[in-house]
Design a protein. Structure first.
Ligand SMILES: [Zn+2]
Length: 83
């Protein structure tokens, strides 16, 4: 979704709209793909997430009316990406 490269869902990270620890509306990783609601899929790389954010693709895909904070997601990418 971030870069339009097709990939198996198992290679992608599901993200959902939620609330971060500071109470801001945020894009949150859903590594188990179990969170309810509308999700979007990105490659779990900073490049792909950056792309999706810059193109506002995440906001659109998650039907977020306002800007979603992405810090919580990008902060956790290194953890998710590592084996
Ligand atoms: Zn990608």
């Amino acid at each position: 979704m971030g870069c339009r490269v097709r990939a198996a869902k198992s290679d992608l990270l599901r993200v959902v709209a939620g609330v971060d620890q500071q109470g801001r509306k945020a894009v949150l990783p859903d590594a188990g793909a179990t969170a309810p609601g509308r999700g979007a899929y990105v490659h779990p790389t900073p490049e792909c997430v950056d792309n999706a954010i810059r193109r506002r693709a995440l906001n659109r895909a998650l039907r977020a009316g306002e800007a979603l904070d992405t810090q919580a997601l990008t902060d956790r990418l290194p953890l998710i990406h590592s084996p």
